[in-house]
Design a binder for this molecule. Structure first.
Ligand code: XMP
Length: 333
């Protein structure tokens, strides 16, 4: 951990000029470290892995092999967007793995949140390791580790307990013994974004709201079913669309839909219509340790309610979660 300390003299990267200088320096260091060898990267499409991918593509082009695992718990159009930006836009060497069935089969009937998180985390590593074993001549693994991850590891090494088992890419099996490339490990999130913009990544990707590793899996509460997951994905897309349209997307730190495993009675076309409630959560925070509720104007809430209940099969109510953190966590599971 010692060589992972951010030097006190390191300037905060908050301008394009500083970001460009950082990029130049990293390109040099990556080339020195990697030479003509190949590097593997799990590219989720989140800010951190996207910035690492763009940096490595600049430094070593096709020597970088990106693997995007779709665990079937992505938001609407998310995997397609990763392919568009990296394969079509940056000509990346990108392997797309649709592992939806693997994940959903393992998760069938599993209702306990920590069990779900563990299954998703472990299977992610299995799928990624399977892909890595198919490839030959890879010596390096790039990771989007950032400075808060290092600080969190230091805290855990000091024996402080985590509330949830947050999953990103954990340890790979021992037969896959790669040397790590971690070009943004000394950066804070705001700096990663400035670097991302300087690298020319799309604004929506650089300023993407946080999305947990287990994805929609921890928002489709209890045992996940394909129909409820589908409803969640569609309702979430409507919420994001409406937030984009009214400018809330730029203002609210994190906003999403949660669907519990309960049904209530409703009425549609003069018949009984049992459906799930869609719960809207919209929070502001600086560090995700505590969070406050964003007040959403009623006309926006009416519009979202109207669209979700009319456009999404299986949903017959829309609720708003007004709970700050603490006492609630941001995610429900
Ligand atoms: P909680 O629910 O603990 O969430 O208040 C705090 C922030 O962390 C995100 N989150 C995760 N991020 N892997 C991640 O990378 C995870 O497993 C995970 N679980 C929660 C959550 O979305 C919020 O921004």
């Amino acid at each position: 951990m010692e060589n992972c300390k951010r030097p006190e003299s390191m300037a905060r990267i908050n301008t394009k000029e500083l970001a460009d200088a950082f990029i130049e320096q990293q390109i040099k260091e990556i080339r020195e470290q990697v030479g003509d060898k190949k590097v593997l990267l799990a590219l989720s499409g989140g800010v951190d892995s996207s910035v690492v991918a763009a940096l490595l593509i600049k430094a070593i082009g096709k020597q970088l092999v990106c693997v995007h695992v779709n665990h079937g718990l992505m938001r609407k159009d998310e995997s397609e967007n990763v392919i568009k930006v990296f394969r079509e836009g940056l000509d990346a060497n990108l392997i797309y793995v649709d592992a939806t069935d693997r994940f959903l089969n393992l998760l069938a009937g599993v209702a306990e949140p920590e069990k779900k998180r563990k299954i998703i985390g472990a299977e992610f590593i299995n799928v990624f390791a399977d892909e890595a074993r198919k490839l030959e001549g890879i010596d390096f693994l790039a990771q989007g580790t950032i400075y808060p991850d290092i600080l969190e590891s230091i805290k855990q090494a000091e024996g402080k307990k985590a509330v949830k088992s947050h999953h990103n890419v954990g340890g790979l099996p021992e037969d896959l013994n790669f040397e790590l490339v971690e070009p943004i490990k000394l950066l804070f999130k705001d700096e990663v974004r400035v670097v991302g913009e300087a690298l020319g990544l799309p604004h929506g990707m650089v300023y993407r709201q946080p999305f947990p590793g287990p994805g929609l899996g921890v928002r489709c509460l209890g045992a996940i079913t394909r129909d409820r997951l589908h409803a969640l994905r569609e309702a979430d897309a409507i919420l994001r669309d409406e937030f984009d349209k009214c400018g809330l997307a730029e203002k609210v730190w994190q906003y999403f839909v949660v669907i519990p495993d309960i049904k209530s009675v409703g009425v549609k076309d003069e018949s009984r219509y049992e459906g799930w409630p869609a719960i809207i959560r919209a929070v502001n925070t600086t560090d995700a340790m505590s969070a406050t509720i964003e007040e959403i104007p009623y006309p926006v809430l009416h519009k979202i309610t109207d669209r979700i209940t009319h456009e999404v099969d299986g949903i017959n109510r829309v609720l708003m979660d007004l709970t700050p953190k603490p006492i609630g966590t941001i995610e429900w599971e």
